[in-house]
Design a protein around this ligand. Structure first.
Ligand SMILES: [Zn+2]
Length: 191
């Protein structure tokens, strides 16, 4: 289990940042104009929520994001009160990491893995878990990149709260190239 979580952490920090930098900074030409804050300009800062183009938006980590998307991501990581497998009450701190992957509580996972170990199937099981985690990551990445290509084009709020506009779209080919590289990198962790 700790192996899976270790991998997970490696992906989040390194690869997400890499893709983020790729999209935000390195490609697509930045114009340093802080937009004239005329009365018509709405200036939003981190955490603000507003409606535009019939959709709800917010600023998260300095990036304009579609809030429906964030809600969905949140829901995907919600945990029921009781373990779907044994029915006992689950605890956020202990059971959450296990629920995310196995859809059952820590105790159930331990019991299940014990069975596998005694029957000699554990190695196969472990590699399957790791590979499916990697696949999940790849899919999440693809979705993330695709949505970033659609939504972060028009404006970018800096940490200081300045609105910076970007000329042109991010270089889509470059981004896709980076995505391919990242996928290859992730796949190399498979067993
Ligand atoms: Zn359980």
């Amino acid at each position: 289990m700790s192996k899976v979580q270790g991998l997970n952490k490696q992906f989040t920090e390194k690869d997400v940042n890499r893709m983020r930098n790729l999209i935000q900074g390195k490609h697509g030409e930045k114009v340093g104009q802080s937009v004239g804050y005329s009365k018509h300009d709405n200036v939003y800062k981190e955490g603000d929520i507003w409606e535009a183009d019939g959709r709800k938006w917010t600023i998260k980590d300095g990036i304009k994001q579609n809030i429906t998307k964030l809600d969905k991501a949140k829901k995907a990581h919600m945990m029921p009160i009781f373990c779907p497998n044994c029915g006992s009450k689950m605890h956020i701190d202990i059971d959450k990491p296990y629920y995310n992957i196995h859809k059952k509580c820590f105790n159930c996972v331990v019991e299940f893995e014990h069975h596998l170990k005694t029957s000699g199937l554990y190695e196969i099981y472990e590699s399957k878990i790791i590979n499916s985690e990697i696949d999940n990551w790849i899919n999440e990445f693809k979705a993330y990149i695709e949505s970033e290509l659609c939504t972060t084009n028009n404006s970018f709020i800096t940490e200081q709260g300045d609105v910076e506009k970007w000329v042109g779209a991010p270089n889509k080919n470059k981004v896709m190239e980076g995505l391919e590289k990242t996928i290859k990198h992730l796949n190399s962790f498979k067993r």
